[in-house]
Design a protein around this ligand. Structure first.
Ligand SMILES: NC(=O)c1ccc[n+]([C@@H]2O[C@H](COP(=O)([O-])OP(=O)(O)OC[C@H]3O[C@@H](n4cnc5c(N)ncnc54)[C@H](OP(=O)(O)O)[C@@H]3O)[C@@H](O)[C@H]2O)c1
Length: 389
């Protein structure tokens, strides 16, 4: 992104040009941009006061976009909601009254996270729809499970391995049993697989967790993501700045045995695909008033990087963002209500509330035809299911 240059403007024009120029230099530094200092500096320059929850609390309230739907709370499905950035996002949304349907792999973490979200909804938004102390956590690994009907508007959670497509099918069934409308879908589940691993369907796990599972979830929830009231439903992929290191190349993950496996590189390829898919989804959804984005949270102190890249995390410790800082752009995108701004951002890759270039080098820019071919290939992989290793 080029900075705007206003030489003879008003003081506010000059202030904004200074902010854009500083942001531009920060972005060029890469490490500075992704660090907590990048976040803090931008929050001062653009006046967010370094408070990530501001986005959730003030940009919109849950009922503001639902004039046609009475008292309905907006509903968000968030994968990877049980810790780190996903949990900070779920908490931020719950704080302004959103109903949360969380999905993640580990039952104990899932239950713990759901308990904290339910108590936030009670305390901060005065929502009393959740009965008693029980929380509802369903297991999507048990095929054919019936979760029964919950009281309307209740937050709940599903334990599912997002890399396993059969568990996504099951999770979708559970979601549909209790929700006729989903407003927001956030693909936040992610991890770096230290060793090459395969799913039951025979897909390489990094590809399955970050690309195939989210693609199937998006596809199968779309018919309950309709634009009702003034809120434009949206899908957000949590990608990574690691994707700058690699070009778009589905074959690297589809035929992993042809290449030497490197954990961080496999992760980068998957995160690159997420960004390109979000762009194509945005085009496909535009006619139905629905939106798609990808974003990068910066370097955030979470389990994923502590376990995935321990040496890097140790070295970068003083510069890492908090999960709440990492969640800020997600909350911003989830709660943004200005149609003009939303349409301008649709399909973009964002860091710190601003669209960023998706490539730092010319050879990293994929032609649109390649992006469409990749999208179609992924679409037929999840429709066809299963491949031999
Ligand atoms: N931290 C960073 O610096 C950074 C930078 C760029 C991008 N990101 C991305 O941010 C997202 C959130 O990660 P985080 O940093 O917040 O790490 P985190 O605290 O480890 O959270 C990861 C979340 O993903 C879930 N998850 C992992 N594998 C799963 C699976 N197979 N099925 C279902 N859920 C699964 C985890 O739940 P369970 O443990 O319960 O399965 C957890 O809720 C990831 O997509 C990550 O790639 C992080």
């Amino acid at each position: 992104m080029q900075p705007r240059c206003v030489l003879n403007g008003s003081p506010s024009d000059l202030k904004s040009s200074f902010a854009d120029l500083t942001d531009f230099c920060l972005e060029a530094s890469i490490l500075g941009s992704f660090s907590k200092f990048g976040y803090l500096l931008r929050s001062k320059l653009y006046g967010w006061d370094g408070n990530p929850s501001v986005a959730a609390n003030t940009i919109r309230s849950p009922q503001a976009g639902t004039q046609n739907t009475g008292e309905r709370h907006l509903t968000a499905v968030i994968t990877g909601f049980s810790s780190g950035i996903g949990l900070a996002t779920a908490a931020g949304l719950a704080r302004s009254g959103w109903r949360i349907i969380g999905i993640s792999g580990n039952k104990e973490r899932c239950t713990h996270a759901l308990k904290s979200i339910v108590s936030i909804r009670r305390e901060d938004s005065g929502d009393e729809s959740h009965p008693g102390e029980n929380v509802f956590v369903y297991d999507a690994s048990r095929q054919g499970g019936d979760c029964g009907a919950l009281p309307p508007g209740i937050s709940h959670a599903i334990t599912a391995n997002v890399a396993e497509l059969s568990q996504i099918d099951e999770a979708v069934k559970i979601i549909r049993q209790n929700s006729s409308q989903i407003d927001l879908l956030i693909h936040c589940a992610g991890k770096i697989y230290q060793n090459m691993d395969f799913t039951e369907d025979g897909f390489e796990s990094t590809l399955a967790l970050h690309v195939l599972g989210p693609h199937l979830l998006t596809k199968t929830l779309l018919d309950v993501m309709t634009a009702t009231g003034s809120y434009m439903p949206r899908v957000i992929w949590v990608s990574s700045g690691g994707m700058y290191a690699v070009p778009l190349d589905l074959d690297r993950l589809l035929y992993p045995n042809r290449y030497r496996y490197r954990a961080a590189t496999a992760y980068a390829y998957a995160k690159r695909i997420q960004v390109e898919l979000a762009e194509i989804w945005a085009v496909k959804l535009a006619d139905s008033n629905r939106l798609a984005f990808s974003m990068h949270p910066g370097f955030v102190d979470t389990r994923a990087i502590r376990e995935g890249v321990p040496a890097f995390t140790k070295l970068m410790k003083p510069f890492l963002r908090t999960p709440e800082q990492g969640a800020d752009t997600l909350l911003y995108l989830a709660t943004l209500s200005e149609t003009k701004k939303l349409l301008a951002l649709n399909g973009s890759f964002l860091l710190d509330r601003k669209p960023r270039s998706t490539s730092k080098i010319k050879s990293g820019i994929a032609p649109v035809s390649k992006k469409i071919l990749t999208f179609d290939a992924i679409d037929s992989l999840v429709s066809g299911r299963g491949r031999s290793k």
